[in-house]
Design a protein around this ligand. Structure first.
Ligand code: IPM
Ligand code: MG
Length: 368
């Protein structure tokens, strides 16, 4: 049997640096765990624009549709701020999400014990936090038509459309309920049913899916603004949160910051299963391209490494190996190894991106 295939898209800014560490981890699993991958690498974002005049070449898109999983670093940077909207680096990422039909975006917000002091909230509010945001990723106001900037009388009007079909809500709700069953069996759905019809439909469909097929899962509903408030007031009340594309974008940044370390959070974007039962999938850190520190060897590679752990779990059915990698990361943090974004304790000298990779590889070796 051939090896499972991975397409690696390091992208822009710190993307290539953090991905270099992930590639070393991938090699480690090949050498030490008999888990080899066929890896191809390509361009996305600004670097693809520089080479091809488009943030995602059609050949790259075609490859992404063929492989078992895509790993992405980050896209964007100030150099591309003034590009036409249609060729901005972000459009490359949005095209991947849409054409791979990655409707379910899993964004865990987990507070590592060793880092609870880094949160802007009090330690006891966040210590032990472990929530999962399931963000709908291929519809809603990000993609709804009509959209654009139009002339209307003697002025212009900017239009975007929030649009959800029942089936789009149904499938992402199922994905949230399935996850909840493997966690603490609780889902909170967030929308603005008090002001938006799409929110009324969202609430109805999520409730129906639960009543019909997941009666064992506890479901609550919250207006998204209240949800944002509750996330900073008492985040541990949540287990799984399911929400639409735009609210999910905002709420997941908010949840990420609770953990005090945006540089630590991975994500998985999953689509419908292929014939072999594997979901189409793209894994990426939640952090962006951080152009201010790019190329300096300062970036924290942990979010990208944990994204590969999610790939092991959700694409390759290697939950034990994912847990091994996650435990190695936790060990390194407990030992006090810190990249520059995690400083704050007295007398700690930061390690470089490579230094963090070295420490995690050593912890992996020690796990054998
Ligand atoms: C994210 C980002 C993207 C989004 C951008 C880069 C298009 O903020 O993944 O959360 O808005 O979805
Ligand atoms: Mg975002």
């Amino acid at each position: 049997m051939s090896n499972p295939s991975l397409l690696i898209l390091p992208g822009d800014g710190i993307g290539p640096e953090v991905m270099t560490e992930v590639k070393r981890i991938i090699d480690w699993f090949g050498a030490k765990r008999d888990l080899a991958f066929d890896v191809e690498e390509d361009l996305v974002g600004g670097c693809a624009y520089d080479k091809h005049g488009t943030p995602l070449h059609d050949d790259t898109m075609a490859k992404a549709l063929q492989v078992d999983a895509v790993l992405l670093g980050a896209v964007g940077g100030p150099k591309y701020d003034n590009l036409d909207f249609s060729v901005k680096p972000e459009r490359g990422l949005l095209r991947l999400r849409k054409e791979m039909d990655l409707y379910s975006n899993l964004r865990p917000a987990q507070c590592f014990d060793a880092l609870a002091d880094f949160s802007s909230l009090k330690k006891d509010i966040v210590a032990g936090l472990d929530i999962m945001i399931v963000r709908e990723l291929t519809s809603g106001v990000y993609f709804g038509e009509p959209r654009g900037i139009f002339e209307e009388g003697n002025e212009r009007v900017g239009i975007n459309t929030q649009r959800y079909t029942e089936s789009e809500i149904d499938r992402v709700a199922r994905s949230a309920f399935e996850l909840a069953r493997r966690r603490n069996n609780k889902v909170c759905s967030m929308e603005k049913a008090n002001v938006m019809e799409s929110g009324i439909l969202w609430r109805e469909v999520v409730q129906k899916v639960r009543d019909t097929d997941y009666p064992d899962v506890e479901l609550t509903h919250m207006y998204a603004d209240n949800g944002a408030m509750q996330l900073v007031r008492a985040p541990k009340q949540f287990d799984v949160i399911v929400t639409d594309n735009l609210f999910g974008d905002i709420l997941s940044d908010c949840a990420a910051m609770l953990t005090g370390s945006l540089g630590m959070l991975p994500s998985a974007s999953l689509g419908a299963p292929n014939a072999d039962g594997r979901p189409k999938a793209l894994y990426e850190p939640v952090h962006g391209s951080a152009p201010d520190i790019a190329g300096q060897g300062k970036a924290n590679p942990i979010a990208c490494i944990l994204s590969f752990a999610m790939a092991l779990r959700y694409s390759f059915d290697q939950g034990d190996e994912a847990a091994r990698l996650e435990a190695a990361v936790e060990k390194v943090l407990a030992d006090g190894v810190r990249t520059a974004d995690l400083l704050g304790e007295e007398g700690v000298t930061p390690v470089s991106t490579t230094g963090m990779g070295d420490a995690i590889l050593a912890a992996l070796d020690a796990s054998l």
